[in-house]
Design a protein around this ligand. Structure first.
Ligand code: PHE
Length: 447
């Protein structure tokens, strides 16, 4: 018998665990602030509902219909060589993401451990604290040891299986992370001068919305929802046939957005309260925040809580990436779960080490002008996710029979709510999504 998730709550935390990750912590708050505040949220929600949700549902349908790993799912539902080949991307994409994601996961491990030594409270000026980061990433060994610790943890959880590993740990990690981020957000919003951060995030500015911002919002939504990575398909294949695909999909989209906003509330008010610039990415989380922690009352404790939360977010996303590849090896190559987890983790480690070194000794190696790390990030986030999403909507909209899609989405007509909105979803998947995805892809390349 194929293993599956044991409960609806298990499905929710696993899917939300995959979606909520580094993307929510270091990209969303900044993107929002830069691109129109509340106007950006409205745009983001519109994209999430009209485009991402249908694609999410399409990916879900393939996975649960086939009850197999992402690659076999395509072959099982439409036995043709071409689609089987396209399915290979569902193995490649999560692997490529895992490689660069583990590097940041490693940074989170290091910063969490460092926060326990209270080093952010003892070291003084802003430049000194920023130097901790610069020295850390350019040093070859410490980041590699950190990423090894991260990958070992990911490997351990996945090797334990779907129910005994992924579901069990997600059930603990996600609620803990939620409480931690919420506590920090409340604390951060009560700091003197927090108001400025809040208006940076939320003040609606519709004049900022343009084609470029639309692209950014969509790119962020895809990455943040783990869309087109084969991960949702893999998790969906473990979901019971009695569950509602619509409910699971809507809950995941809501949870992802909620976390992004709360993470923003935890970060931005504090950034402004201490008069810093809200930069995106590593600079914000690993340089600005540690300095803020060193300045704020009880900052040592907040630092510990924050980096634990960040690590949990990264872990729960990385396990979904590893699982997508492992499921394929277990089912198609008949390898044991433990063996395949170790094998894929070792392979990912090799590339992760290269990505990590590209911040230091290998920083001169450029591929189309990008470092190794940036190449892995760019290729997977901007190309593979979009191409795979297109394949998914074309497959569900044009290759699978309408009846099959209907049966899967409505549990053979037994879910009244799903029956009611089926036509709308099917229309969005069949016509709107492919056109939109192609437009975004081309616009992304041209811009
Ligand atoms: N959604 C995750 C994040 O926001 C990243 C991710 C992408 C996870 C693709 C799995 C697959 O960080």
């Amino acid at each position: 018998m194929r293993e599956g998730f044991g409960s609806k709550f298990g499905v929710l935390v696993a899917l939300a665990g995959s979606a909520v990750g580094l993307g929510n912590f270091w990209r969303f708050p900044y993107l929002m602030g830069q691109n129109g505040g509340a106007a950006f949220i409205i745009l983001y929600i519109a994209f999430a509902c009209l485009l991402c949700l249908p694609i999410f549902i399409a990916e879900f349908i393939i996975g649960r219909r086939a009850q197999q790993n992402a690659h076999s799912a395509f072959i099982a539902l439409h036995p043709s060589k071409a689609w089987g080949k396209a399915g290979i991307l569902t193995i490649l994409t999560p692997f490529v993401i895992l490689c660069f994601y583990s590097v940041i996961g490693g940074w989170s491990v290091f910063y969490m451990l460092k926060s326990f030594t209270l080093s952010f409270t003892t070291t003084g000026s802003q430049t000194e604290i920023a130097d901790i980061f610069t020295n850390f990433v350019s040093d070859p060994w410490t980041p590699i040891v950190s990423l090894l610790m991260f990958i070992v943890a990911v490997c351990y959880i996945v090797a334990k299986g779907v129910k005994g590993g992924i579901e069990r740990y997600s059930k603990v990690m996600m609620p803990v992370m939620f409480v931690l981020v919420l506590l920090i957000a409340i604390y951060s919003c009560r700091l003197d001068g927090a108001q400025q951060g809040l208006s940076y995030m939320f003040r609606p500015d519709f004049s900022k919305l343009n084609a470029d911002v639309c692209l950014k919002a969509l790119g962020q939504a895809f990455f943040s929802l783990s869309l087109g990575s084969g991960v949702i398909m893999t998790y969906a294949s473990y979901v019971s046939k009695g569950d509602s695909i619509l409910k699971h999909s809507v809950y995941t989209v809501i949870a992802d957005l909620l976390f992004a906003v709360i993470a923003g509330l935890a970060i931005m008010p504090a950034v402004f309260a201490f008069g810093l610039e809200p930069g995106s990415g590593p600079g914000l989380v690993f340089e600005a925040l540690p300095y803020i922690f060193s300045q704020m009352p009880a900052g040592a404790i907040v630092a510990i809580l924050f980096f634990i939360a960040l690590l949990l977010a990264a872990l729960s996303s990385a396990i979904s990436q590893l699982e997508a590849v492992v499921a394929w090896l277990v089912e198609e190559k008949k390898m044991s779960r433990v063996r395949s987890s170790v094998l894929v983790s070792c392979a990912a480690t090799i590339f992760a080490v290269l990505c990590s070194l590209s911040f230091g000794v290998l920083s001169d190696i450029r591929i189309f002008g990008m470092t190794i790390f940036d190449t892995f990030d760019y290729v997977s986030s901007n190309i593979l996710l979009t191409v795979m999403s297109l394949i998914i909507v074309l497959f569900v909209g044009w290759k699978m029979s309408r009846q099959d899609v209907y049966d899967e989405f409505t549990n053979s007509g037994t879910l009244a709510q799903n029956v009611r909105i089926f036509r709308l979803i099917y229309f969005l998947v069949r016509y709107v999504a492919p056109v939109a995805v192609i437009t975004v892809f081309l616009a992304g390349i041209i811009l």
